[in-house]
Write a protein that binds this ligand. Structure first.
Ligand code: UDX
Length: 432
């Protein structure tokens, strides 16, 4: 099939590349010429394991094209995926849909034959209705169909998540586009993915409800971890004990820092904002947002306690600053609030991250990037394991430092407390 992906961010690029790998002819369009030129050279602007190999392979065999020409790309394709960003509105909580509606206007000017137009971007309930309204201003309704097909891939696992999804959700109000899309996804369905067809509005809400539920699960275990710390219980026992109940499930029950990334913070806010618009109070999700926003302060107060409230001139090393492992994404990472707060109190911060230097800390006083794990640790007073990269999972701290021992605050519960303590280190972790 001939597909056009509009927007080459995480969702657009990964889905486009994976669709081309399944044998479709895919054009990925972006208005950013530099990005498109880089992609044509096989250079991928995001860190995502396995992605650049697939870009190179499918670009070479001409299944994958890159372009800045939106009109031509739309006209050459049968299925158009809208994959542009829906960030939180500045100073608000609702999703900024300006990019979506601009694209809808462009599509309305370019329809030359029947098109299936799909939102893969995460969009609030009724956005599909509005896209349909915009396009029908210039086109007869039998010339196009607007469908919702939310994407559930995780950064760092994106290719696997695309190829082996738990489910494929198609929200369309007509059966013809449903048939075409079932066919498009048939290679994944035959490998075991569940395919569900719903109304367009339901598909839009499934995405938000899923992300809000996962964010709730993480926040729930984070709060239980707080209680475990006060009662001398190991939160991991709780996660295992709860997770074995099939109704609960063991995933997304790892306690840690505040959740971050490009989706959970944005989508939890957006769903409450949509609910407000429909005069419905999503009080559980609102409380999750509040709890998560407070979590970095809570962990910071633990840091102050660990250092006996003497932060000035303390050398603190962060291992990992991205919001999770296997990504270079800094969006809403809890390090973005913790590092400036510690710097303000006079700490000297060094950080190591496998994805390198971060411009986000450029202007923060006394913060420096060290390009080597060992060097970043030597001379520290406190080491904070912030992100669960494999690189940090089997460090021999005893061998690394010869002299003064640092304190370790393991925010991802990577190490066994008894093992590290037996090596003479002061060790703190989350909920145990
Ligand atoms: C998420 C959804 O999982 C994905 O389906 C959607 O398409 C996009 O949003 P992503 O943002 O890539 O994916 O990250 P995810 O792996 O879900 O983690 C989100 C946050 O929760 C991270 O900050 C992570 O560290 C945290 N988390 C996750 C925990 O703290 N504990 C867990 O057990 C799981």
């Amino acid at each position: 099939m001939k597909l056009c992906m509009i927007g080459t961010g995480y969702v657009g690029l990964v889905s486009g590349v994976c669709f081309s790998d399944l044998g479709n002819d895919v054009i990925c369009v972006d208005k950013d010429l530099d990005k498109i030129n880089l992609l044509k050279k096989g250079q991928v602007p995001i860190y995502e394991p396995g992605l650049s190999e697939l870009v190179v392979k499918n670009y070479r065999n001409k299944k994958l094209k890159f372009s800045t020409n939106l009109k031509k790309s739309i006209q050459e394709s049968d299925i158009i995926f809208i994959c542009v960003g829906t960030p939180t509105k500045k100073g608000g909580t609702s999703a900024d849909l300006s990019q979506i509606y601009n694209v809808a206007k462009e599509i309305s000017l370019s329809i030359n034959k029947f098109k299936i137009i799909i939102t893969k971007s995460t969009v609030p309930v009724t956005t599909g209705d509005e896209i349909e309204r915009i396009i029908s201003k210039r086109n007869n309704k039998n010339r196009f169909s607007v469908v919702s097909n939310p994407e559930f891939l995780r950064e760092g696992e994106a290719i696997r998540d695309f190829t082996y999804p738990d489910r494929i959700v198609i929200g369309s109000n007509d059966l013809k586009s449903n048939r075409v899309l079932k066919n498009l996804y048939s290679p994944l369905i035959s490998k075991g993915a569940q395919y569900i067809h719903t109304s367009r509005r339901a598909a839009e809400l499934i995405k938000y409800a899923s992300n809000a539920f996962l964010a709730t699960k993480v926040t729930f275990i984070n709060e239980i971890a707080n209680l475990c710390e006060k009662t001398g219980i190991n939160v991991e026992d709780i996660s295992i004990g709860m997770g074995l109940d099939k109704r609960i499930g063991s995933r997304f029950l790892r306690a840690g820092p505040a959740y971050g990334g490009s989706c959970f913070p944005k989508d939890t806010k957006a769903i409450t904002s949509t609910a407000n618009r429909f005069k419905t109070d999503l009080s559980v999700i609102k409380s999750v947002i509040r709890s998560n926003e407070n979590r970095s302060n809570l962990l910071l107060s633990r840091v102050y306690e660990i250092l006996n409230k003497k932060i000035k001139n303390k050398k603190i090393t962060f291992l990992g600053v991205t919001f999770k492992a296997n990504t270079d994404d800094m969006r809403d990472s809890s390090s973005l609030s913790m590092i400036p707060a510690l710097s303000k109190k006079g700490a000297i911060i060094r950080y190591f991250d496998p994805t390198g230097y971060k411009k986000e800390f450029e202007k923060i006083k006394n913060v420096s990037f060290i390009n080597n794990i060992k060097k970043s640790l030597i001379g520290s007073d406190l080491v904070i394991i912030h992100t669960e990269w494999n690189d940090f999972k089997s460090l021999n701290f005893k061998q690394i430092i010869k002299g003064k021992k640092f304190i370790i605050y393991d925010m991802r519960n990577i190490y066994s407390p008894s093992k590290i303590k037996s090596q003479g280190f002061k060790y703190f972790s989350i909920g145990r």
